[in-house]
Design a protein. Structure first.
Length: 224
């Protein structure tokens, strides 16, 4: 459990310390943020964060804004903390992608139980695609090459995931563009080639999994 890192974002120092100290005693690693902007910076710049606890009312970016931004690139579990217990707030939080919504004051034991349940669910639902040393973890949107995590942009990840979801299938550039960039993208199909080139560089010796189909597009070729 020691490798499990939890990000706590709350503008109240006392609350961060109270929750952080309790979770540390439960065996978790804890990172603290005093506001929403710092929370996003830590989330994007710190290694693997397994779960995020967000206070709704924070200066700058509030908890809802942080949750919305996190959901653009990750499905990491998010617990929202609030001094208000109104049903409309809870529904709004769930619409943004929050997994749990806990009203203050709350029991630290209950919070720890919710944390444990979410992390257990994450392990049980972990969707990992493995291809000869390349691993794609869709739950956290992580990619590993020979056990080493590589950093991909959101579009690079979506491109790789789409190709890997269609192994052995020749996909045209238009198909890829529509699937990854969606139908409202009006740019040149050459953007697909540019992203494939960057993706191959990051995949290093696993780049051979992405084969060029001359005159058409690309194929994710699984070596058997």
């Amino acid at each position: 459990m020691g490798s499990t890192t939890i990000l706590i974002a709350d503008d109240e120092t006392r609350m961060r310390k109270l929750v952080g100290d309790f979770l540390k005693k439960e065996g978790y690693s804890v990172i603290e943020a005093a506001d929403g902007q710092q929370a996003l910076e830590l989330f994007h710049n710190t290694g693997e964060i397994s779960l995020v606890i967000l206070d709704v009312m924070m200066p700058g970016y509030d908890g809802w804004t942080v949750c919305r931004e996190i959901r653009k690139s990750s499905q990491v579990p998010v617990i929202m903390l609030t001094a208000r217990g109104e049903e409309s707030d809870e529904l709004f939080g769930f619409d943004l992608g929050a997994d749990e919504y806990i009203a203050k004051p709350f029991s630290l034991k209950i919070l720890a139980a919710r944390v444990q349940a979410l992390l257990k669910r994450l392990v049980n639902n972990r969707d990992v695609k493995s291809f000869d040393g390349l691993e794609i973890d869709d739950q956290g949107r992580y990619v590993y090459v020979d056990g080493i995590r590589i950093d991909l942009t959101p579009k690079e990840y979506e491109l790789l995931f789409y190709l890997a979801e269609n192994p052995g299938r020749a996909l045209s550039r238009d198909q890829i563009l529509n699937a990854v960039w969606k139908y409202d993208y009006f740019g040149d199909v050459r953007t697909v080639d540019t992203h494939v080139k960057k993706l191959r560089l990051k995949l290093r010796d696993k780049s051979e999994l992405i084969q060029t189909v001359r005159g058409l597009g690309y194929r994710f070729e699984v070596v058997k």
